[in-house]
Design a protein around this ligand. Structure first.
Ligand code: PEP
Ligand code: MN
Length: 345
């Protein structure tokens, strides 16, 4: 249920509603909007009686929520959310490019790629240190030393960093070293991990599971918001279908579907979405035209030497060329490149 306050509702009136929610043993989530405050209620098993709130001062209306998710919905917050990632805004009109290697391999490899990524105009540096690999015999990531490399390189090139947490153990480390925590496709329905990440106050990049519907993606995000962490960016990264001309089927319609249902930003990862270098840039352009809030792209200066996802890494020059095309595409959906961090001496 959502309780919509009037435009002029006072903080005391909001507080009174919250007290009544708490008195019922439920949890109140005040969501400040541009116009007014909406209070989401979670923790109820069945329907909550609207009459309990309808007559409180400052309450405009009580809306029973038709979806199984509440806090992520546009009903709760009509205007699009902007998530700040280490000083870079993602969402609203701000388009952000997350780019970097699939895996952090060495300090030199990470720095080389990061310098290219920074010079190309991307705003956020990615790099995996805890890798979810299909085979237990392939490179599993450098672990904590990899995070330390990514952090140092992030400082060097002055970019915020994002890396994946695989489980509760790696989550503490990723939260300590990084500006944003990535929850990968394979963990999208790891509800205990989602709850734990929801108790942190760090931005989260939540990737769509390869077999997940849009509703399931939104419910996974709801777990994070329900714990009080509202800083979630969603990511479409392709789903499993019968098609075998690509690694996954990049579902760009999901972007439009999510944006209708939710206020959360959604970016697109055409690297994992296609798995093939030659398909990454065309699908990235399509994602921009569809109205995505950003891109996540894997880059390597020597793709043939990459320790993971070698066949989908694009070259630094290809990333630059793509980003140079963005000013032509972004006006189509009323977006502009998010301001990168300003370089200081
Ligand atoms: C990644 O971004 O490094 C990754 C493993 O992606 P996904 O979870 O989408 O497979
Ligand atoms: Mn990868």
């Amino acid at each position: 249920m959502l309780i919509v306050m009037t435009v002029g509702a006072t903080p005391q009136q909001v507080e009174r509603v919250i007290e009544r929610v708490s008195a019922l043993g439920l949890k109140a989530h005040p969501i400040p909007g541009a116009q007014r405050v909406v209070i989401g209620i979670t923790g109820n098993q069945g329907a909550v009686e609207p009459a309990l709130f309808e007559n409180l001062p400052g309450v405009l209306e009580v809306i029973p929520v038709s979806h199984p998710y509440k806090l992520v919905s546009r009903e709760a917050k009509p205007e699009s959310s902007i998530v700040m990632v280490g000083g870079v805004p993602v969402g609203g009109d701000n388009f952000a490019v997350f780019a970097g290697p699939c895996s952090v391999e060495t300090p030199e490899q990470t720095l080389t790629i990061a310098r290219h990524v920074r010079a190309s105009g991307a705003q956020i540096l990615r790099g995996g240190a805890f890798k979810p690999r299909t085979s237990p015999y392939t490179f599993q990531g450098l672990g904590e030393p990899g995070l330390a490399i990514l952090r140092d390189v992030g400082h060097e090139v002055q970019m915020p960093i994002v890396s994946e947490a695989l489980d509760e153990g790696s989550l503490d480390l990723v939260a300590e070293y990084c500006d944003m925590i990535q929850i990968g496709a394979r963990n999208m329905q790891n509800y205990s991990l989602l709850r734990t990440v929801g108790r942190l106050r760090k931005p989260v990049l939540l990737k769509r599971g390869m077999g997940a519907t849009v509703d399931e993606l939104l419910m996974a995000a709801e777990y994070v918001l329900a714990e009080g962490n509202y800083q979630v960016v969603l990511c479409e990264r392709g789903i499993r279908t019968f098609a075998d001309h690509t690694r996954n089927t990049l579902d760009l319609a999901a972007v439009v579907a999510v944006q209708r249902l939710s206020h959360l930003p959604i970016i697109v990862d055409p690297s994992h979405g296609t798995g093939k270098r030659h398909k990454v840039v065309p699908l990235a352009r399509a994602a921009v035209a569809v109205g995505a809030d950003g891109l996540m792209i894997e880059v390597h200066h020597e793709p043939s030497q990459a320790l993971s996802d070698a066949s989908q890494a694009i070259l630094p020059g290809e990333l630059s060329e793509l980003i140079q095309q963005l000013p032509q595409l972004l006006p189509l959906t009323g977006r502009h490149m998010a301001q990168p961090l300003r370089l200081s001496a």
